[in-house]
Design a protein around this ligand. Sequence first.
Ligand code: FAD
Ligand code: UDP
Length: 398
Amino acid sequence: MSIVHGLPESFHAQAYDVLVVGAGYAGVVAARSLTERLGCRVCILERRNHIAGNAYDCYDDAGVLIHLYGPHIYHTFNKRVHAFLSRFTDFSNYEHRVLALVNGAYMPVPFNHTSLKIAFGEERGEALYQKLVQTFGMDRKVPILELRAQNDPELDEVADYVYENIFLHYTLKQWGQTPDQIDPSVTGRVPVLIGDDDRYFQSPYQGMPVDGYTKMFENMLNHDLIDVYLDVDARDIIYISSDYIMVQDAPFLGEVIYTGPLDELFNLDLGALPYRTLDLQFETLQQDWFQPVCTVNYTTSEDFTRITEFKHMTGQNIDGVTTILREYSKSYEPGSGQTPYYAILNQTNNALYASYLERVAKFANFHVVGRLAEYRYYDMDAVAASALELADSIAATR
Ligand code: FAD
Ligand code: UDP
């Protein structure tokens, strides 16, 4: 394995069987899986100056381990993904917990039995909880939009409260739209939970890579047949002609795995795929702790959506100092140097994406995978699953 910055003069793409664009989950999982199965030579081009994509972590000036592109908590139901990643790291037993700050009171999110009693008082909260259990059953997860559609005065009381105090303002800050205006799958990620489980995720496998995500990526890339070139924008050497995927001005007949935004490959000529980006503001404080749990969602106040305090999730043992992160969401402007963090899923944008996809569909050796290239709201495990499936399908054709 080698990881170098920039392309050396001697770089010759044709020396590789597989060219991967992007060193995040999509690119690195696909690269490792393919090279192990096929014994092929893989080259990864990454335009940032580091590996690990948006999961990158590093130590800040105060020595606190932070996630430079926002808080990342590993969780999955997928046995295959977990088995694959576990070859490259051990995971801690961290379980993520989130509190919403609602008009000065903390309550668990997903909104659950405890939240109901904090919001409505012990007695009324319990009565409403019993009504929820009768209607939906114990341990059910009910998306807020489904709860709102019930047409029952008591359930409406709960639905109105949760909609107004947990979802409305947070969603307006995050997406610039109300929960009814965005794709239902987005608020469906954080359903009302009829039960006492106060964890953010109910997945059987969850935790944090014990030495961090970047180290896990280094281990995945540690293979004789994988070379990584950082600070290289693949578009400087790759373009799509009418008949071929061209690399360094020659047709490339190996496999190309692309994990960047699809519109960028075509200079946005059909229009830009819309995204939300984040303004991430880190602050280091000279105190042991800032807040009671890793993440507090500001669901009724402030301009930022949430504050994350990293030490809670990393388990780092360091006294007298802590680093927190405030996330401000805004519209992404292509070409401005911002990072496209969240695809904005709706019919129009999905159709635009499909038009771009159509243009690469005819190339059997060109593959798109990942959160950007598939224009999906994927978590890390879903990206890893998609990359493993892609490796399956490429391996099957060789
Ligand atoms: P990326 O990580 O974006 O990697 C793509 C890489 O391709 C980038 O490094 C980019 O620089 C590179 N690239 C693009 N174009 C080019 C080019 N032309 N040339 C060279 N390189 C290029 N998931 C979870 O499971 N749990 C969480 O708690 C969680 N929290 C998140 C918080 C935030 C704020 C965000 C935005 C996402 C979060 N995610 C979380 C999702 C997670 O970040 C993604 O699922 C995952 O990192 C996507 O991996 P990827 O490889 O598809 O994309
Ligand atoms: N959401 C909300 N209030 C919350 C938590 C989530 O309104 O307290 C909504 C919001 O629209 C958000 C979506 O649910 O964008 C998904 O939340 P999640 O925590 O999964 O977002 P991510 O961690 O991916 O930013």
